[in-house]
Design a protein around this ligand. Structure first.
Ligand code: F0G
Length: 436
């Protein structure tokens, strides 16, 4: 039995869960999936025990880092419908001393969502998204994407036997991501325009054509993305950090994080809220700009940044993300491409690695520490959203000092030699004979 409903975040109109809606038919606002959590109030211990038990199970839906928490994601779901790749289960790293020193906090952790099956956090939302598409009887799915949503959708759609249609902004998608979409068999189309234009076209297409829309306007995607936070708290034995820092593009994650935290607090799984800081790239920072004016108005921008994943000027989940920042007494700011790339080099040197957009969270934390917003003694969890191999070209360009607007602070050059031992020894600092 499903007791959840859909509710508009603007006009509050409620709709039956079974209705096939992405946005509010009355006012066009975004929809929330609202679960009846009352039954779990005061029963946090029981839930924790259930989640722990599932960690010891080999059942696919128990092993998934999304469906393990299904009471908070899709209560009452018919498990036979679930499309899963065992998503989630990502590592929560303690930062190396060098990385903590670089950022300026004593207790830094990194939740690495690049460890999902297709290399980004998108799998967490795509699993329930594609499950819902199947529930609705869809045979084809569509999204606009800066590359990761599409890679994820292409994979999950193929797994579920659905056709996938992807609209990319022309020429601005990292090569690893384009390759994934093509490899997984999606119909891949470049749109002459940016992500915002491609998303507009997707909204129109899904209105007029019999094709199910899987951008993060779709509230079922965000239900899955909540598990980044739920799983992180589980890994921390339900101890709340002071800050959670996340990159912001279309603001789906920022939206989902607030919803997850408020619901967990309502049930009693956590006893207080952490502050959520949203970090955008300077050239794509309409949310950070609006934060400066306490969200009294919003202006879309024409986006440009080396972090192509977050090259978005008109974020779809803007209103839901405001809710997160306001309710958690959070923050929003932006960082330059230079800061993003230098922070990425530090995350990469730590042996952890991430794609450029992910490093915005680390660069943003460093900036907020320098500004005194985050205190060095506070506990911070940065979310890394994508895998280092998503965008290999930018790694080569940074370390080869070959980026037009970035002067690499930490280049690690490639060397070429003819192949003698003497030449090789020259690259080893100190006394090579002793060191070897
Ligand atoms: N980091 C990465 C690696 C992303 O791919 C994205 C978004 C974000 C951060 C921003 O997350 O939109 O929830 O604020 N990528 C989308 C895509 C837009 O099409 O793959 P957000």
């Amino acid at each position: 039995m499903v007791s959840s409903i859909l509710r508009c975040v603007d006009c509050q109109t409620e709709y039956a869960f079974e209705k096939n809606l992405y946005t509010c038919p009355t006012c066009g606002g975004l929809l929330d999936v609202v679960h009846d959590l009352a039954a779990w109030k005061g029963r946090a211990e029981e839930l924790r025990h259930l989640f722990n038990e599932r960690m010891r199970s080999w059942k696919a839906v128990d092993r998934s880092g999304v469906w393990r928490y299904r009471e908070l994601i899709a209560p009452g779901i018919d498990e036979k419908l679930i499309v899963t790749r065992g998503e989630g289960n990502t590592t929560l790293y303690d930062a190396t001393d060098a990385l903590s020193l670089y950022v300026g906090v004593n207790r830094l952790q990194l939740k690495h969502e690049g460890e999902n099956p297709t290399g980004s956090f998108k799998d967490r939302g795509m699993s329930p998204g594609v499950t819902r598409a199947r529930q609705m009887g869809a045979t084809a799915v569509i999204c606009a994407s800066t590359g990761n949503t599409s890679a994820s959708m292409a994979s999950f759609a193929s797994l579920a036997g659905l056709r996938a249609l992807i609209l990319f902004p022309e020429g601005k998608v990292a090569v690893g991501k384009v390759a994934q979409s093509i490899a997984y068999g999606a119909v891949s189309v470049q749109v002459r325009g940016d992500f915002d234009a491609a998303l507009e076209l997707v909204r129109e297409a899904s209105d007029k054509l019999p094709i199910y829309m899987l951008n993060s306007i779709n509230p079922f995607r965000l239900e899955g993305q909540k598990t980044i936070i739920i799983e992180m708290m589980h890994q921390r034995n339900w101890q709340v950090p002071d800050w959670i820092v996340v990159p912001g593009g279309n603001l789906g994650n920022s939206a989902a994080f607030g919803k997850a935290l408020l619901e967990m607090q309502e049930i009693g799984l956590i006893d207080r809220l952490p502050r959520v800081a949203v970090i955008q790239a300077e050239g794509a920072a309409p949310f950070a700009k609006a934060f400066e004016h306490e969200f009294d108005h919003f202006e879309p921008v024409r986006a440009e940044t080396v972090a192509t994943a977050i090259r978005i000027g008109n974020p779809a989940s803007y209103k839901k993300a405001i809710r997160t920042v306001v309710k958690t007494h959070g923050w929003a700011t932006s960082v330059s491409d230079q800061d993003i790339m230098d922070a990425k080099a530090q995350v990469d040197f730590a042996g952890i690695g991430c794609e450029p957009a992910s490093a915005a969270s680390v660069a943003g934390t460093k900036k907020l520490v320098e500004q005194g917003v985050i205190k060095p003694a506070e506990e911070v969890v940065c979310v890394l959203t994508g895998h280092v191999l998503k965008d290999p070209q930018v790694v080569i360009d940074y370390h080869g000092q070959n980026m037009p607007n970035v002067d690499a602070k930490f280049p690690n050059r490639m060397h070429t030699i003819y192949g003698t031992l003497d030449e090789l020894v020259e690259f080893l600092p100190g006394n090579a004979a002793v060191r070897l």
